[in-house]
Design a protein around this ligand. Structure first.
Ligand code: SF4
Ligand code: SF4
Length: 509
């Protein structure tokens, strides 16, 4: 039997062509509408990335400003409103991460369910070390399918990013609060116009899903945005895991015990705990980027992270009272250098010639200026990642350039104890300047002008005869322990010292 299939082929091809032409016409019409409404093709592409089912969008209108998303029925050519897209930056309050608000484009359907999220501009300092971490696979995508009434709590129904919790919280809050406001303004209006009098495309706004009526209930019953009734600090306190506070409190207790009691064992214990906990486990160490960000975005930065606030307050208080205890005990990178200096045999360590040292210590103040001047000029230029390898080391930075800088720094610190602290660290330079107001300083006694035991043992070469350059002193207390603190005066015999000093070559700790 001959089924005469061949004659159907042209007919089928014709139908296919017809469909293609019809689709093209629809597309052209849709694009025409888009252009008529002022949304460019590139904007349309972006908007479709958060609302894939829409083929046309109005320009941003209304209050809060939204792009209305429409789907065109291929058969009838009618357009149906299917949702709204909006920028979190258009809808206050904006929520700051570590540096600034995080702009996000959000799509939401008429049920109040998010259809997509795209991160726009953000300036978190950790970008310099990690790269574009908010656009890593899975970060934005996890918001799709959430309803505006969800809690959006990081660590509960939104996965956090270790060491970027503040950023994720700011992003989540921004999305939820703006979605909430858009839902309140637009989803409870029967015509979808939000009562703003803004013309919709065609009359399909009336074609809204009948389920929207059911959403009115959830609009009224849902929880309000996070922080309407909470101050920033009280919200931060309530969101901070207690264990982070306890662990940091214990580290402070270790440090103060080591400092007060001049206890060597506790000092080494604190140094190891600082590297392990503040550096590798928690990552909540102080950085020059915090100083820069607090200048750029205000000191409220510290109120968004309770352990950071505790560390900042502890550091300021102890620096004003005793000097750079932070550098001596609570900086993980400084502590790591001390551990390296302890591990490297003395014969491999070198002292920088005094004349060079005396000049080189001012390099770090130039580095501090290089970090802070762009911030003061409100420039986007950032150099801190090149001069402060903390993040590269403890956050496992991916950049080979930053990794090379880290390795060179560690190598230099193995040969010259505390090399980075002495000559490069901008944070140390900032603390050095702060020591001009320090109240309680290390005592020196008459023998110090002759005996140079402490001078040779000082890890930062801060001692010169009977003087201590206190801005360079990291309160390691090597010179205090056993020499002055416990006896009230230096117990060294000058004659013995003269004999020992002849052979003293290295720069021990
Ligand atoms: S000088 Fe810098 S690296 Fe050294 S301990 Fe102080 S803050 Fe840390
Ligand atoms: S040895 Fe003395 S002067 Fe030198 S850093 Fe330690 S505490 Fe300061």
């Amino acid at each position: 039997m001959n089924f005469r299939r061949i004659p159907w082929r042209p007919a089928r091809v014709g139908l296919l062509k017809l469909c293609v032409i019809a689709a093209a016409v629809v597309l052209v019409l849709a694009v025409g509408v888009v252009f008529a409404q002022g949304v460019s093709p590139s904007e349309t592409l972006l908007l479709r990335s958060v609302m894939p089912d829409a083929d046309a969008f109005t320009e941003r209108q209304g209050g809060p400003p939204v792009f209305r998303g429409y789907r065109t029925d291929v058969g009838s050519g009618e357009r149906e409103l299917i949702g709204y897209a909006f920028l979190t930056s258009d809808i206050p309050p904006e929520h700051d991460g570590y540096s600034a608000p995080i702009e996000v484009l959000v799509g939401m359907d008429l049920d109040g369910t998010l259809t997509g999220v795209r991160v726009g501009r953000y300036r978190e300092s950790i970008i310099r070390i990690w790269g574009d971490f908010l656009r890593r696979p899975g970060v934005q995508e996890q918001f799709t399918g959430k309803r505006f009434t969800d809690s959006f709590r990081v660590g509960e129904d939104v996965a956090g990013i270790t060491r970027a919790t503040i950023t994720m919280r700011a992003m989540s809050r921004g999305i939820r609060d703006s979605a909430w406001q858009v839902a309140q303004e637009y989803l409870d209006q029967p015509d979808g116009s939000g009562g703003t009098g803004i013309p919709a495309i065609g009359d399909s706004a009336l074609d809204r899903s009948s389920s929207v009526g059911g959403d009115l209930l959830s609009l009224e019953e849902g929880a309000p945005p996070f922080e309407d009734d909470q101050s920033l600090l009280s919200r931060t306190i309530s969101e901070t895991p207690p264990m982070r506070v306890v662990a940091l409190g214990m580290l402070f207790a270790f440090a103060m015990y080591a400092f007060w009691r001049k206890d060597r064992f506790m000092r080494w214990t604190t140094l190891v705990a600082t590297v392990a906990y503040l550096g590798f486990i928690d990552g909540g160490f102080l950085s020059i980027s915090h100083v820069a960000n607090s200048i750029a975005a205000g000191p409220s930065l510290f109120a968004r992270d309770l352990p950071l606030l505790m560390l900042g307050a502890f550091t300021v208080a102890t620096t004003v009272i005793w000097g750079r205890i932070f550098c001596g005990l609570l900086c993980p990178f400084g502590a790591f250098q001390i551990l390296i200096a302890k591990a490297v045999p003395r014969q491999y360590q070198r002292r920088v010639p005094q004349a060079i040292h005396d000049r080189a210590i001012y390099v770090k103040y130039a580095v501090l200026a290089a970090v802070l001047v762009p911030v003061l000029l409100q420039s986007d230029v950032s150099v801190f990642q090149y001069v402060e390898p903390f993040g590269t080391m403890f956050f496992a930075g991916a950049s080979s350039t930053l990794m090379a800088i880290l390795l060179l720094t560690l190598l230099a610190s193995a040969v010259v104890p505390q090399f980075y602290c002495r000559y490069v660290c901008p944070l140390g330079a900032a603390f050095g300047l702060a020591t001009f107001v320090t109240l309680s300083r290390i005592k020196r006694v008459d023998q110090c002008s002759i005996c140079i035991v402490c001078e040779l043992r000082c890890p930062t070469s801060a001692i010169r005869g009977s003087e201590i350059d206190f801005k360079e002193c990291i309160r390691c207390d090597v010179c205090d322990v056993n020499l002055i603190e416990r006896s009230g005066s230096c117990r060294h015999s000058i004659e013995e010292i003269r004999g020992r000093l002849k052979n003293w070559q290295s720069a021990p700790n």
